[in-house]
Design a protein around this ligand. Structure first.
Ligand SMILES: Cc1ncc(COP(=O)(O)O)c(C=O)c1O
Length: 450
């Protein structure tokens, strides 16, 4: 073995960077001055120039147990040697059945089924389709409208960008799916800047759902989808009482409530899921990312008791053998399911959700220690998540944050920026000195920047 993978040296810069059209990337800049990661272990990446980079973002909010964890690596190796692929259409294999049971065991409340897909975007599309079809199979076919939220990120499928509210992710792609309306986002610096944890002000934003319901007639609305904490748009923490109010309005009018927990699932807030953390039960939960610790792509949709039953009742009545006309070739893929099972074991054995919860107050203090740092106009936190909002450069939005990202990387810390906001979400195995390192590095970089 020369260490190469099929003749490609995984530790060296490729000769040709042009062919790969990179997602959500400033491709021209990257290809002039690439940032290449070659390996990872626990809290650190190694860069192509051999430097150790502390991971402040769990990859892309996904490696909650840290990188290249032995138990997960071994499970994937064993799985691929045992069964590379098996269909789950009219056939099955054991692993996804077990994984679904284990995940359901982690969610409080009366959730009783889990559907598998390959990503957060597919989880969102699947959840929206299940919600629409649920009303239809119950004979309530007029409920076809979907309500999302401004600044929401629900992935990049047509369903997700339709209910999502990030303008650039929507504006190039035509009329999207119709019958969608949006709640206002809850971000308000004038009232809530520098709040520790959940803001006290802003629960009334949920009442906009009543206005939207009245506008369209509530009997036409199928579902409301929100991220319990909006992550990708730059960490918007829900005001106290907001999610409960949404739940009440959904109950009043018979709307399904979907929590998109692709980021908040699997311990990010110091509880298994945000539904537990906020003590608000949705009807459907989407998840991905931390489901397999990011090792193999996988997403899931978790449904509350009664939803699956409505499909089986309809199938019995109509003589349909199939209950849900939806699925993916790789739904419940054996290698992904093995990664998921091993990931659940690591979370449990190392009590990582409790660990995140224990570290949260230290994390909060570290976040808010940046209060008087140059360019900072807001600090937000919950669980092991932080948002650091920067004053944009006049006429040059995003430039300052992008430079902060590059400079932190040069100083050995990986942060993520979205617009002019730094978003942090480290693996849950982070320790206190590493938390200090992240915030000291950011402080130094912001003080140096114009
Ligand atoms: C809340 C939420 N939903 C959906 C997605 C999409 O997930 P994926 O990129 O795996 O399709 C993301 C990704 O960040 C997300 O944060």
């Amino acid at each position: 073995m020369d260490g190469s993978i099929l003749g490609v040296n995984p530790d060296a810069q490729p000769n040709n960077l042009e062919s790969f059209w990179m997602p959500f990337t400033w491709n021209r800049q990257f290809k002039k001055d690439p940032l290449l990661l070659t390996s990872a272990k626990d809290m650190h990446y190694t860069s192509v120039d051999g430097r150790s980079i502390l991971d402040g973002t769990a990859g892309l909010w996904c490696c909650n147990a840290g990188h290249r964890r032995e138990r997960i690596v071994e499970a994937v190796q064993q799985a691929v040697e045992h069964l590379d692929f098996a269909p789950t259409f009219q056939l099955g294999h054991p692993l996804p059945f077990e994984l679904a049971s284990r995940v359901l065991g982690m969610v409080p409340g009366d959730f009783d089924h889990m559907f598998f897909c390959n990503s957060g975007s597919e989880a969102v599309d699947s959840a929206l389709k299940i919600a629409l079809a649920y009303h239809r199979v119950r004979g309530d076919a007029a409920r076809t409208r979907l309500i999302g939220r401004e600044r929401g990120y629900h992935g990049t499928g047509f369903g997700g960008i339709s209910v999502g509210g990030i303008v650039k992710n929507r504006m190039f792609f035509g009329p999207l799916i119709n019958g969608v309306d949006h709640l206002p986002h809850t971000h308000d610096l004038a009232h809530n800047a520098y709040t520790r944890g959940q803001p006290h002000w802003g629960a009334h934003f949920a009442d906009e759902l009543e206005r939207i319901a009245a506008l369209h007639d509530p009997s036409t609305i199928a579902a409301v989808i929100v991220e319990p904490l909006a992550g990708s748009t730059g960490v918007l923490v829900p005001p106290k009482g907001y999610l409960k109010r949404l739940r009440e309005i959904c109950d009043k009018h018979g709307f399904l409530l979907i929590f998109d927990e692709v980021i908040t699932g699997f311990g990010r807030l110091g509880a298994g899921f945000a539904t537990e953390y906020f003590d608000v039960q949705p009807d459907i939960i989407t998840c991905a990312k931390g489901l397999t610790n990011g090792v193999i792509p996988m997403g899931g949709v978790i449904t509350r008791k009664g939803i699956y039953d409505a499909f089986t009742a309809w199938a019995d009545e109509t003589g349909s053998t199939i209950e849900l006309f939806h699925g993916y070739t790789y739904s419940g893929h054996p290698v992904a399911a093995a990664a998921g099972l091993a990931t659940m074991e690591v979370y449990k054995e190392e009590r990582l959700f409790e660990r995140a919860n224990d570290l949260a107050p230290y994390w909060e203090d570290a976040v808010h220690s940046l209060k008087d740092t140059r360019h900072v106009i807001d600090l937000r936190n919950l669980g092991l998540i932080a948002g650091i909002e920067l004053e944009p450069r006049p006429g040059k939005p995003t430039e300052r944050a992008y430079e902060a990202f590059r400079r932190c990387y040069d100083k050995g810390v990986l942060i993520r920026v979205t617009g002019d906001i730094i978003a942090l979400s480290p693996p849950l195995i982070i320790d206190k000195p590493q938390i200090d390192q992240i915030f000291e590095t950011i402080r130094d970089v912001l003080n140096e920047l114009d």
